[in-house]
Design a protein around this ligand. Structure first.
Ligand SMILES: [Zn+2]
Length: 150
């Protein structure tokens, strides 16, 4: 799949980025996706710009990630199931006191990396559990990226 942008004056460029999305949004250009085949290629106009931009990660999608665009208030402790607390990645249990939810670990990992420097493993398993103290999430985090206990 390749993407092209056609501006109002008719110039065509290949590849679409966040800036091209902004131009399309303001009506300065249109975006198309090309599906190449061996005998012919199909061209699709991208009509749902919002959905496209969310899919590409250019706009933040609070509904699907459960995360507000703010500094999260996070509490954590070592998971009770962690048997090797000095390993480079450890299981931790995380609470979000700011009221956010983790629906998309990749999005949460991105937030926590830029906000607090956490290095969350996004390839392994993770989970959530609800209890009286609220919902907690279990995930694996690089130990040295976590704040050290005082
Ligand atoms: Zn939050």
């Amino acid at each position: 799949m390749c993407y092209i942008e056609v501006t109002a004056d008719g110039s065509v460029s290949q590849g679409v980025d966040a800036a091209a999305y902004q131009r399309a949004l303001s009506g300065q250009s249109r975006l198309f996706a090309v599906w190449p085949g061996s005998y012919r290629s199909d061209l699709f106009a991208i009509d749902d710009l919002d959905q496209y931009a969310r899919g590409m990660g250019w706009v933040h999608d609070e509904a699907s990630t459960g995360l507000a665009e703010h500094e999260h208030q996070v509490r954590w402790r070592l998971s009770e199931s962690e048997r090797n607390p000095t390993a480079s990645y450890i299981s931790v249990r995380v609470w979000l006191d700011c009221g956010c939810m983790v629906r998309d670990l990749g999005a949460f990992a991105k937030h926590m990396r830029s906000q607090q420097g956490w290095d969350i493993a996004t390839t392994g398993g993770w989970g959530s559990s609800s209890e009286r103290g609220g919902t907690s999430y279990s995930m694996r985090v690089r130990r040295k990226s976590l704040p050290q206990p005082a």
